[in-house]
Design a binder for this molecule. Structure first.
Ligand code: G3H
Ligand code: 13P
Ligand code: ZN
Length: 309
């Protein structure tokens, strides 16, 4: 099995009312933890690399690790560029074996976003690679307290048909109230399911992507804080909301912060319990196991993609 695109994954996920997990990867232990869980749960997988991850790990190393993961697991795995911000970055990933790229031109004007996205789509499709774009901007924590300002960063359903038809993009990330990081809501978590429903009606059968979808489990916040961390007020997207989105048009759910927190909580606890240890395998091993458990939980209880590989 070689790397796959998301085309088949998304078709099945849409029809089956589940979503594929897109997990950010930065090193070997993260990749192994995710892939071990997916292998045991027979789940299709998207492993995504940000430009920060490229700088940290060198994309060549990450691609070779992902190739090893495919050989080891036999799973359908897509290697995806997360938040590509220029045509040149997307082109570089297409040329270097990625099977999916995101062009995130959501901070540009609508017309400019279409133009930039269309360029990437034309190039990527010529090379058998699929493209995700973003329309609307993820609400930040500050916006959440001001409804009218927050509204302005939500995706405008009136624009989605024109955007998809003019760009020919393969999937679309929309902003319905999630945000990146571990501090997503000041008050009650709220997602604009009305926008998702509207988009689903306007684009029947078209795969939608949800970024900023970490749930920020309270037990991880508590573990980090108990062992010297400081994350008061961290709050994520409730899992039942993500489950609901997964039964709708959302076919890809992006999770990074929860994995970061699992690693950090585990390592903090490890050093608290074993202050004299210094072999990295002694703490990276438990961190990898913690990633595996949280990814398994997401696959089975949130995404519903277990047994779908
Ligand atoms: O959406 C961003 C991802 O969580 C990746 O974060 O740019 O720090 O690697 P990063
Ligand atoms: P979280 O920060 O909620 O994990 O979101 C990750 C993401 O959207 C990556 O693109
Ligand atoms: Zn994102």
């Amino acid at each position: 099995m070689s790397l796959v695109t998301t085309t088949d994954m998304f078709k099945k996920a849409y029809a089956g009312g589940y979503a594929i997990g897109a997990f950010n990867v930065n090193n070997m232990e993260i990749i192994q933890g995710i892939v071990e869980a997916a292998k045991e749960e027979k789940a299709p997988l998207i492993l995504q690399v940000s430009s920060g991850a490229r700088k940290y790990a060198n994309p060549l190393y990450l691609r070779k690790l992902v190739e090893a993961a495919i050989e080891d697991s036999g799973l359908p795995i897509c290697l995806h560029l997360d938040h590509g911000d220029t045509f040149d970055l997307c082109k570089d990933c297409v040329e270097n074996g990625f099977t999916s790229v995101m062009i995130d031109a959501s901070h540009h004007s609508f017309a400019e976003n279409i133009k930039i996205t269309r360029n990437v789509v034309d190039y990527a499709h010529d090379h058998g690679v699929v493209v995700e774009a973003e329309l609307g901007r993820l609400a930040g924590i500050e916006d959440a307290v001001n409804v009218s300002e927050a509204d302005s960063s939500y995706t405008n359903p009136d624009q989605v048909q024109e955007f998809v038809s003019k760009t020919n993009v393969d999937s679309l990330a929309i902003a319905i109230g999630t945000s990146h990081g571990a501090f997503k809501f000041k008050g009650e978590p709220k997602l604009r399911f009305d926008i998702l429903e509207e988009v689903e009606k306007l684009l029947p059968g078209f795969p939608i992507v949800l970024h900023g979808a970490s749930s920020v489990p309270q037990q991880l916040v508590e573990m980090i804080n108990r062992y010297g961390g400081n994350m008061p007020g961290a709050r994520g997207v409730p899992e039942e909301m993500l489950r609901r989105a997964a039964t709708m048009a959302v076919c890809k759910i992006n999770i990074d912060s929860d994995l970061r927190m699992a690693v950090t909580g585990t390592v903090r606890k490890y050093f608290n319990d074993n202050p004299s240890h210094f072999d990295p395998r002694q703490y990276l091993g438990p961190a990898r196991a913690a990633i595996k458990e949280i990814v398994r939980h997401k696959i089975v209880n949130v995404l519903g993609c277990n047994g779908k590989a």
